[in-house]
Design a protein around this ligand. Structure first.
Ligand code: SF4
Length: 708
């Protein structure tokens, strides 16, 4: 038997796995946690532990096809290349787009971005990670001058106060949460505060739960900044030495959140709860603020991130053990995608499309005379452009936007009318692949070969357990082959994922002059990595430079940031409520999120019987008092409806749900439930800075079904 070290493909915690192949032909493998992996030290959650149940050939896409007819790879690749070239020739490069995924490996992501931005010549490539972490990216770039997560998991164990803001880590990042739980057992002085409209499973270990009014977290953190000033808790030395913009940020905070009473009223909290939070934050040096989708998925998500970071900068609690602002990304490789410029507004190696020097540098490195020099369309705008007929060809890789995008019925209609829809995926039958003209089979988790980066900047290897199924190919290979057939032969002549990774690392170190020394993302130690060393790569946190080959556990220890003057920036925040407020027609606020035992649109986790047992069907959570008022009995069926769409779901009573709000999990697809899906309900409002949708605050109504 053959034991292979690899990485879990689900959440951003990035747990190491030891997979022992028991029967290669039957795809039978036993899974256990890798006791040496620094993310999980041998632990796995329910999803990771059942990975062995998801690697069969059930519902696998095994052969290329065009218009439903099986074809060979040559025909499929030539067809995609010819159709893209023809549409570009007729309508220009802005008429085509890629929509990619945080499920892709870094190597796949890199090649897709190189083809679209470097050679097709438009930045119309965006990712489903737009939906999970793009507000955090804006927050970091505005504050630090680069998209850099300062903390690591060890900080969770060294902290004496942890705020979990808009994060149900117990279900969405279970192993990181287990580390927090263990830390609390070992340190009775560690306080946990959960700031979330819902009383989630994360509240099980909380000393304080603040059921903040949906969307008002920015006001709460402005209140903390005000309180720090009023109680002489600002670290003036740190602020004066290492930051800019404090006075203006403080002025906005004091104007909008001048007193505990003002904050409590605006956030729908008691003054006692707000006062306790403020006091704990002010008096606890070792504070980590974890934030996730409850912060990011908001029309003011970027500002909320900066409201949090402001409080850490004001106290100098950053870059030191046990403290810092710590965004938790949802997907296994959302971070790797960020490294290669996976967003429509970024460029490879954390460089910027708006910076002509960066564009020139990347263009010269790639040997491209046609590199994009302005932002492309972000996810919601991209599907709007498809709906409007401006984008005529889209290639969707490893994601299911017909389920997961906001206003998902519109996304479905857009794809139904799009001239060319290409889908590359390892799954045969998704709500999105049903609309594809061309289907390209990609390798799945147990066959892929490359790297992912977890939410603490740690790069780990995914290694193949089995050969590719059917005629499936690696994503980087498929994209490279199309690139070659579009006329870019030399630029996409990769022979292995190691070739791609080496180029990616070399770009991060390219022209490392004085300006580049300030770049956060640097893998110069890997710029000449050979195949065997790549195969043996151990988990390591970037930057990994020739001077620092063991990687970098914590950023900003020296108080030096990546801005031009090396100082961090305070961002003045004026808190804003969600764009669409409940009204008499749609009186509830819909919150959406993940369940403990399912992943995204369930294409893999639904294959594990144990996982399906947790919550077997779509449901809507409602406060018992609201349910009684509307005559909704527990376990009855109800229709949830917004201005954008509707779905049916089983009624679940939950007193942890705020009155006036509902919760629907994100996972069920039209394939699994014929009664609608969450994405159809969600308003397509986005944060103006990040383009991240406001997925957690849509006005809806709910009524018994069938109508009484
Ligand atoms: Fe996988 Fe995340 Fe669970 Fe770890 S915590 S086993 S990465 S799903």
């Amino acid at each position: 038997m053959n034991t292979i070290k690899t990485t879990c493909p689900y959440c951003g915690v990035g747990c190491g796995i030891e997979a022992t192949v028991e029967d290669r032909s039957a795809h039978r493998v036993s899974i256990k946690g890798d006791s040496n992996h620094p993310a999980n030290f041998g632990k796995l959650c329910s999803k990771g532990a059942t990975l062995g149940d998801t690697v069969s050939l059930e519902n696998r896409l095994l052969y290329p096809s065009i218009h439903g007819q099986r074809v060979n790879w040559d025909s499929a690749l030539n067809h995609v290349a010819e159709r893209f070239n023809a549409i570009i020739a007729q309508h220009g490069p802005e008429a085509v787009a890629f929509y990619v995924s945080g499920q892709l490996l870094t190597e796949d992501y890199y090649v897709a971005n190189k083809l679209m931005k470097g050679f097709i010549g438009t930045a119309n490539i965006d990712t489903n990670s737009r939906l999970c972490m793009s507000s955090a990216v804006v927050g970091y770039k505005r504050a630090f001058g680069a998209d850099t997560v300062p903390c690591n998991y060890e900080d969770l164990e060294l902290a004496e106060l942890i705020l979990l803001v808009g994060s149900n880590a117990a279900w969405c990042h279970p192993i990181a949460f287990q580390r927090i739980r263990k830390a609390k057992e070992n340190n009775p002085n560690l306080k946990i505060v959960v700031i979330d409209p819902r009383a989630t499973a994360s509240c099980d270990i909380a000393d304080l739960h603040l059921p903040v009014k949906p969307g008002m977290d920015g006001l709460l953190f402005n209140g903390i900044l005000t309180y720090l000033q009023q109680n002489s808790r600002i670290d003036r030395t740190y602020v004066d030495t290492h930051t800019d913009g404090f006075e203006l940020a403080l002025s906005e905070a004091m104007t909008t959140a001048g007193s505990i009473e003002q904050v409590a009223a605006g956030c729908g909290l008691t003054t006692e709860a707000v006062s306790t939070l403020f006091d704990w934050f002010a008096s606890t040096e070792k504070t980590v603020t974890v934030y996730s989708q409850g912060i990011n998925q908001s029309s003011s998500g970027s500002d909320k991130c900066n409201a949090i970071i402001n409080c850490h900068l004001a106290t100098g609690r950053i870059g030191k053990p046990g403290m810092g602002p710590f965004s938790f990304t949802g997907q296994p490789n959302a971070m790797g995608g960020r490294e290669v410029g996976g967003l429509a507004n970024t460029l490879a190696a954390h460089m910027d499309l708006e910076n002509p020097e960066h564009v020139d540098r990347v263009g010269r490195f790639w040997g491209s005379a046609n590199i994009a020099d302005k932002q492309g369309l972000k996810a919601v705008a991209m599907f709007d452009a498809i709906a409007a007929g401006q984008i005529k060809a889209v290639w969707i890789m490893a994601t299911n936007p017909v389920v997961s995008m906001p206003d998902a019925d519109k996304v479905k209609r857009a794809l139904q009318h799009c001239e060319l829809v290409v889908v590359s995926d390892c799954i045969a039958n998704t709500d999105t692949s049903q609309l594809a003209h061309v289907l390209l089979p990609a390798t799945g988790w147990s066959e892929k070969d490359g790297t992912v980066t977890n939410l603490e900047r740690r790069i780990s290897r995914q290694r193949p357990l089995f050969p590719a199924s059917g005629e499936a190919k690696h994503d980087w290979w498929i994209i490279s082959q199309v690139g070659q057939r579009m006329g870019f032969k030399d630029a996409f002549n990769y022979q292995s994922s190691a070739d791609v990774f080496r180029e990616h690392a070399a770009l991060s170190a390219f022209e490392n002059d004085a300006e580049h020394q300030q770049r956060d993302f640097n893998l110069s130690a890997f710029a000449e990595l050979d195949g065997p060393s790549y195969n043996a790569l151990q988990p390591v946190q970037w930057p990994v430079t020739n001077q620092q080959t063991a990687g970098t556990a914590r950023m900003f220890a020296d108080g030096q940031y990546f801005t031009a003057n090396r100082k961090a920036r305070f961002i003045p925040i004026i808190p804003r409520p969600p764009v669409n407020a409940p009204d008499t027609d749609y009186p509830f606020t819909l919150n959406t999120g993940r369940l403990r035992d399912q992943w995204h649109t369930m294409t893999r986790t639904s294959l594990a019987a144990k996982l399906n047992a947790h919550r077997p069907e779509p449901f809507v959570e409602i406060h018992p008092a609201d349910a009684e008022r509307l005559g909704l009995a527990a376990r009855s069926l109800a229709q949830v409806q917004s201005l954008w769409g509707s779905m049916l779901a089983r009624v679940e009573l939950n007193s942890g749900q705020q009155m006036g709000s509902l919760f629907v999990p994100m996972h069920w697809t039209a394939q699994l439930s014929s009664h609608g899906r969450m994405g159809a309900l969600v308003n397509p409002v986005v944060d103006p800075q990040s383009g991240q949708p406001e997925s957690k605050q849509t006005p809806v109504k709910i009524k018994a079904w069938p109508a009484q």
